[in-house]
Design a binder for this molecule. Structure first.
Ligand SMILES: Cc1ncc(COP(=O)(O)O)c(C=O)c1O
Length: 408
């Protein structure tokens, strides 16, 4: 049985204390993980609520801010329904996500994607959603079908080089129109459109890039006189790396917004739409060990193969491994492999081939291991390589475990 102390020692990103952004998994969840059929994905709903409340408290420093969740990170209806009860809206990337968002009961829905059809635009409009179009070509299609209506623009933000990293997408983003592109103004004028929203997502944000984006997007909003909402996107893992620094940046952002409102005499609403940083820490993938090679002939270390697949479920994830078995032996470096015949099916393997280190006391076949950080982009990214079934999903809510299906 894993205690919370052992979990802290394992290097879990979760912290304790009232002011913490993230919570440790409740003892009851870990006890439930010892009994549930594997593989299982358990969502800690109280944890999601805690982190959402913390983030909203922090962001409330800025006037007009509200939080939407990026639906691309989670399609599990029962989780989404709990999130609507917590008072957040959502952002969708397709009409499939739009339908899911409406079933979940989200009141505010925003939308951006690179390749909507005229029919998709119509369905968004019928649902009262103003689409944030991604390119001049999409703007032309939208304008030709819906002249004289409101539209949003997904804007590419030219982040200065010092604010770029391997995790950001600014100037080099595949997505978005450049506000300086003359085609944007020409298409807006030709079709009599009203640009009411600006939307961006630049990968992982930092407090510095948030301030740059604020200055840039407020300038663009000053030019487009009908803009009433600016959406800053997600990417909260890096934004929250240094919370005191973020809180200072939010105070500075508040001043920028207040000055803008005073100077222009216009109101402006602001939105953030994180996915991973709200949900990922609260998904626990419960697995059973199927094979152990103590000294693998190729890797020269212990390789533990579990009953689900990183390739099918966790291609980008950086989990910690938590043993659900008693052992007096110290934790040692381990490679945790998935159960497909894909050579690179390892947990913690990043897209650029880097390996996120994991440690476990030596397990035996049949022992259980929990892999953390599985609450976002797990089921929404899942594939069925080798025709292997996805895990069963469960909510751990208010002290008890409930089975859910993706559609319930
Ligand atoms: C438009 C948009 N908004 C929000 C997000 C959520 O990003 P994250 O999960 O990193 O917070 C994404 C992720 O790809 C996105 O494309």
């Amino acid at each position: 049985m894993v205690t919370q102390t052992a979990l802290a020692a394992s290097g879990s990103p979760a912290a304790t204390g009232n002011d913490a952004l993230y919570l440790m998994p409740p003892e009851g969840l870990l006890r439930a993980a010892e009994r549930v059929g594997t593989p299982a994905l358990i969502y800690d709903i109280d944890g999601v609520g805690h982190t959402l409340r913390r983030m909203r408290e922090d962001l409330a420093a800025v006037p007009g801010v509200a939080l939407n969740v990026a639906l691309k990170s989670c399609h599990t209806l029962a989780v989404l329904r709990r999130m609507t009860q917590l008072g957040v809206g959502c952002d969708v990337a397709s009409v499939g996500e739009l339908d899911l968002a409406r079933r979940a009961g989200f009141r505010e829905i925003t939308a951006t994607g690179p390749a909507f059809s005229a029919d998709d635009f119509q369905r968004m409009r019928s649902a009262g959603v103003v689409v944030d179009v991604d390119s001049a070509s999409q703007l032309a299609l939208y304008g030709a079908h819906f002249p004289g209506t409101d539209v949003g623009l997904r804007v590419r933000v030219p982040l200065p080089a010092p604010l770029e990293s391997a995790a950001t997408f600014g100037r080099d983003s595949r997505f978005g129109v450049a506000p300086t592109d003359p085609r944007t103004a020409e298409l807006v004028a030709r079709h009599g459109l009203r640009v009411t929203r600006l939307h961006t997502h630049t990968g992982q944000m930092t407090p510095e890039s948030l301030l740059f984006k604020t200055a840039y997007l407020l300038l663009v909003a000053e030019h487009h006189r009908d803009v009433h909402t600016v959406d800053f996107g997600g990417g909260f893992f890096h934004l929250y790396e240094n919370r005191p620094k973020l809180l200072l940046a939010l105070r500075r952002m508040a001043t920028m917004v207040t000055d803008w409102r005073r100077r222009t005499g216009r109101n402006i609403q602001l939105r953030f739409e994180p996915g991973g940083a709200v949900l990922a820490p609260y998904g626990y993938l419960v697995t059973e060990v199927r094979a152990v090679e103590d000294r693998h002939p190729v890797f020269g270390q212990r390789v533990v193969t579990v009953d689900c697949s990183a390739w099918n479920l966790a291609p980008w994830h950086r989990p910690q491994a938590l043993p659900l078995y008693a052992s007096d032996a110290p934790a040692e470096p381990v490679l945790i492999a998935g159960n497909t015949l894909y050579e690179n099916d390892f947990f913690g393997l990043s897209v650029d081939g880097g390996r996120h280190p994991m440690r476990l006391p030596p397990p035996r076949v049949g022992d259980r291991v929990v892999l953390t950080a599985a609450g976002a982009y797990t089921m929404t990214n899942s594939r069925r390589f080798n025709r292997i079934e996805p895990p069963s999903e469960y909510l751990f809510d208010d002290g008890s475990l409930t089975a859910v299906t993706p559609a319930s």
